[in-house]
Design a protein around this ligand. Structure first.
Ligand code: FEO
Ligand code: CA
Ligand code: CA
Ligand code: CA
Length: 574
C-alpha cells in the first residue's frame, strides 16, 4: 500500500512482566474478573460448591466441570450471550476429599460428570459479568447421550457395545460453525481406557493412538466396565471425534461428526470459501499431522437440502515441502494407497484409522500441532506447534524444539478449499538466552504456544502451555519464563507483547471475545498442577502449589474463566 500512509501500531497496551506469583496479572488500565470456577452450580437452585470436594457425582453434574479449556462466546443480544466451554480432564487428587488412591463406581461417576462441556448464559451488568439462571444452561458430560453421523454411522459394527453411546472426553480446543453451533474436540481420549486382563493386547490401530493395557492413571475401568478394554472392546472407538453441540437447544443430542476424522483433535477452526465450510484441525502429539475438511458443497445449500455440511466432504492431511510449498493430501477411500487391495475396507475404515491413513499418503510430521487461526483480513492460516524433538523437515526447523513455533500458510489464491499452499515460519518461540535465533525480548518471550486466535483488528493472541515438568525443573530452558501467559503479536512486524500472566501451575486457554471486542474471556486451566513429587497436592495439602482463585486456606485451586476488560471500556489490545 502507499508508503506515505502511517501504519497504526497494533499493540496498544503496556506489556506485563514475567511472573511466578500465584495471581493473574493484566496490563495497567485493565481489570480481570473471575467467573464460573469449577463447582459453580449452573442454576440458581443448584447444589452449592463444597470446598472439601465432597460434592457427589449427581451434584457435580449440575455444576461447572473441571479443567476449563477451549471456549466460545455466542452472543444472544447486547451484553448478553452463552459461554460454551470445555472441561478437558479431571485432576482426581483434587476432585475427591480422599484423593484417588481407591476408585469406586461413585468416584468414576463424579469424574465423568467433571468432564465434558458447560453451556451457561452470562450478562454484563454495571461493568461485571454475571451468570444468568437460564433455561439454556446445560452440562454435557461423559454420561450424556450422543449420536454419530457421517461415514462412521451409529449402526457401524465398530461402535456397537450393547449400550447407547454417551459422552465426550478430553475436550480440548474447539470451534464454531457459521450456523451457530459449537464444535468440541476429543484429544487424549486413549488415556481413560485400560484393563486388568493380562491377555489383552492392542491392535495396530490402537497402538498407533496410544491405547494401552495400563492406561494413564484414571483407573475408571476399576469402577465401570465401560472403560475396560477387554470387557467393552468397542467403547474406545466412540472417541477421538469432533462433536457438534447446539448451544441454543438444551434438548439436542451432541453429534459426533465422523467425516472430520479420528485423531487427538486439538481444534476445529472453521472458515468459509466459495460458500463451502473448511475445518482445520490439529492432532496434538509428537510427530502428528495437520488436517483440514472441506464440505462437498455450499453449506447453505447443503443444509437447505438436508445434507449436513460436516457429514459430506473431503478430509485432507498436510504435506509441508522443504521449498516452502505444501499440498493437501486427500484421505479418500479408493484413491492413492487407500484401496481395498491395500486393506482399506471403506471410508469408515479410513476414518476410524485416520492416523494410519495419513501415514500411508505421506503427511509431514510436526512438533505437536495445537490451535489454528485464520487472519480475518488476509485469510492467512496460523498454527501453533507446541514443542517436540524436531523432525528432519523445514517446517519444524529446530531439533530439538523445546520452545515450539508458529507456522503460517497461504492457501492458493487465498481459497481455503485449495489443495496447494505456500508456508513460512511466523515465529520461533523461546528465550534468546538459550537460543539466539529467537526474535523475542523480555516484553514478549514465551514458550510452548498452544491457544491461538485473531481479533477483529488482526491482532494474533497466543496462549502458552509450558508443562509443569519443565516449569518446575531449574535445569530446563524455561527457567527465565515464569508462569504461562497470554501474549499478542503483530502478524506483520512480528512484535510480541505479554498481555496477561496466569497463577502458578496453570496453563492459559480458551480465548474468546464479545462481538464488540470489549471483553476477552480466557480460561485459567489447572492452577496448582504440579508434577514434582514434593509439589504434588495431597488430601492434607491440596494447595501445594496454588490456591487461586479463592485464596481460601481450607480450599483448593480451581480452574476458572476470567473476563478481562479495559477500565475505560475500550477495545482489548487497541
Ligand atoms: Fe489439550 Fe493439546 O492441549
Ligand atoms: Ca490442557
Ligand atoms: Ca491445548
Ligand atoms: Ca498444550
Amino acid at each position: 500500500a502507499g508508503g506515505a500512509r502511517q501504519r497504526r501500531r497494533l499493540l496498544g497496551f503496556q506489556p506485563v512482566e514475567i511472573s511466578s506469583a500465584d495471581t493473574l496479572t493484566v496490563p495497567d488500565g485493565y481489570t480481570a474478573q473471575v467467573l464460573i470456577p469449577w463447582g459453580t452450580p449452573i442454576r440458581a437452585n443448584g447444589p452449592a460448591w463444597r470446598r472439601d470436594a465432597a460434592n457427589t457425582a449427581a451434584e457435580q453434574a449440575q455444576q461447572i466441570g473441571m479443567s476449563h479449556d477451549g471456549m466460545r462466546f455466542f452472543p444472544l443480544g447486547p451484553d448478553r450471550g452463552l459461554l460454551v466451554l470445555n472441561h478437558e480432564y479431571a485432576d482426581q487428587l483434587l476432585l475427591f476429599p480422599d484423593g484417588d488412591a481407591v476408585m469406586t463406581a461413585e468416584k468414576v461417576a463424579k469424574s465423568l460428570a467433571a468432564h465434558g462441556v458447560s453451556v451457561v448464559e452470562v450478562a454484563l451488568r454495571r461493568g461485571r459479568w454475571e451468570l444468568v439462571d437460564s433455561r439454556l444452561n446445560r452440562r454435557v458430560t461423559m454420561a450424556t447421550p450422543v449420536r454419530f453421523a457421517g461415514p462412521v454411522a451409529g449402526d457401524h459394527p465398530s461402535l456397537r457395545t450393547g449400550a447407547e453411546p454417551r459422552g465426550t472426553l478430553n475436550n480440548c480446543s474447539c470451534g464454531a460453525t457459521p450456523w451457530g453451533t459449537y464444535l468440541t474436540c476429543e484429544e487424549n481420549w486413549n488415556e481413560y481406557f485400560a484393563t486388568d486382563d493380562p491377555s489383552w493386547v492392542p491392535t495396530p490401530e490402537q497402538a498407533r493412538y496410544g491405547v494401552t493395557r495400563e492406561g494413564y492413571g484414571y483407573r475408571w475401568h476399576q469402577g465401570d466396565p465401560r472403560f475396560d478394554l477387554a470387557a467393552t472392546p468397542h467403547e474406545v472407538n466412540r472417541f477421538g471425534w469432533v462433536v457438534e453441540i447446539d448451544p441454543r437447544d438444551p434438548t439436542a443430542k451432541p453429534v459426533k461428526r465422523t467425516a472430520l476424522g479420528r485423531i487427538k483433535h486439538e481444534t476445529a477452526t472453521v472458515t468459509e470459501s466459495r460458500g463451502r465450510v473448511v475445518v482445520y484441525t490439529g492432532d496434538d502429539q509428537v510427530g502428528e499431522y495437520i488436517y483440514k475438511f472441506v464440505s462437498a458443497g455450499r453449506w447453505r445449500t447443503m443444509r437447505a437440502t438436508g445434507r449436513h455440511p460436516l457429514d459430506h466432504g473431503t478430509l485432507y492431511v498436510a504435506r509441508f515441502d522443504d521449498d516452502g510449498t505444501g499440498r493437501w493430501l486427500a484421505l479418500a477411500h479408493g484413491t492413492g494407497p487407500l484401496t481395498v487391495a491395500n486393506g482399506w475396507r471403506d471410508q469408515a475404515d479410513v476414518l476410524l484409522r485416520t492416523r494410519q491413513a495419513a501415514d500411508a499418503v505421506g503427511a509431514t510430521p510436526m512438533d505437536r500441532p495445537e490451535w489454528i487461526a485464520v487472519h480475518p483480513h488476509t485469510n492467512e492460516v496460523y498454527a501453533t506447534l507446541s514443542n517436540g524433538p524436531g523432525f528432519p523437515n523445514a517446517a519444524n526447523p529446530r531439533q530439538p524444539n523445546p520452545f515450539g513455533h508458529i507456522v503460517r500458510w497461504r492457501e492458493r489464491h487465498g481459497d481455503a478449499t485449495a489443495t496447494t499452499f505456500e508456508w513460512d515460519i511466523f515465529l520461533l518461540a523461546g528465550d534468546p538466552a538459550f537460543d539466539p535465533s529467537v526474535p523475542l525480548d523480555a516484553a514478549g518471550m514465551f514458550g510452548s504456544p498452544d491457544g491461538l486466535a485473531f481479533d477483529g483488528d488482526g491482532r494474533l493472541w497466543i496462549q502458552s502451555d509450558i508443562s509443569n515438568s519443565s516449569l518446575n525443573n531449574p535445569r530446563t530452558y524455561y527457567v527465565n519464563l515464569g508462569n504461562n501467559a497470554v501474549l499478542a503479536a503483530d502478524p506483520v512486524t512480528g512484535e510480541v507483547r505479554r498481555f496477561a500472566v496466569g497463577p502458578r501451575g496453570c496453563e492459559m486457554s480458551g480465548i474468546s471475545f464479545t462481538p464488540d471486542h470489549r471483553t476477552m474471556f480466557v480460561n485459567v486451566q489447572h492452577p496448582g498442577e504440579a508434577v514434582a513429587t514434593m509439589d504434588r497436592p495431597t488430601p492434607q495439602n491440596p494447595r501445594a502449589v496454588s490456591n487461586w482463585p479463592d485464596a481460601d486456606p481450607d480450599g483448593r485451586p480451581r480452574s476458572a474463566t476470567v473476563a478481562i476488560r479495559r477500565r475505560d471500556g475500550g477495545v482489548i489490545g487497541r
